[in-house]
Write a new protein. Structure first.
Length: 179
């Protein structure tokens, strides 16, 4: 896969739109899963994935692939989700209390699959740092070291967030099973 990714990036740098389309088709679904898991909002997730690919296309001339293209794009999507959520929170803080409460809508379901919806709901209950580590490690296939660099923290902290997040997910899902 890395050989194909390197080839596709090289072709993109030459202006080959088919190569950019291939990268998009290859990673779109995985990146959408990452974005939905981080935001619990399909519209926001789609926007983030689209924004990440637009930014990638704009900057491909200076882009240098040093690792996994999937991990790089996953990081871009995670950063974009964080920015969009931060902007949403800021705009809601500016609304009067009654208007903010009236405009708050439940997050749309991420799919018709009941198990996926349960998992998404459980992920949404985790602290942001734990959710991000789990999603980037599992769906983004990023190594703990890369996540640590991205979060500007130690590898041990990232491993702890992952471990505690997985434990909490299990507890949440076990409690739902008992209901």
């Amino acid at each position: 896969m890395r050989i194909e990714d390197r080839y596709l990036v090289r072709q993109c740098k030459k202006g080959n739109s088919n190569a950019l389309r291939r990268i998009y088709e290859k990673y779109r679904d995985c990146l959408l899963i990452v974005a939905i898991a981080l935001s619990h909002d399909t519209d926001l997730a789609e926007d983030a994935v689209q924004d990440a690919f637009v930014a990638f296309a704009r900057n491909v001339a200076t882009f240098r692939l040093t690792g996994s293209l999937k991990a790089y794009l996953s990081t871009c999507v995670a950063n974009r989700i964080r920015d969009l959520l931060r902007a949403r929170r800021r705009s809601q803080e500016l609304l009067p209390v009654s208007t903010a409460a009236e405009s708050a809508e439940p997050a749309p379901s991420i799919g018709t699959n009941e198990e996926l919806a349960r998992l998404s709901g459980a992920l949404a209950m985790l602290p942001d740092e734990q959710r991000e580590v789990i999603v980037l490690h599992i769906h983004g296939q990023m190594r703990f070291r890369a996540i640590a660099e991205r979060q500007n923290t130690s590898v041990n902290t990232v491993k702890g967030r992952y471990r505690y997040g997985i434990q909490r997910l299990r507890a949440i899902l076990d409690c739902e099973d008992m209901k």
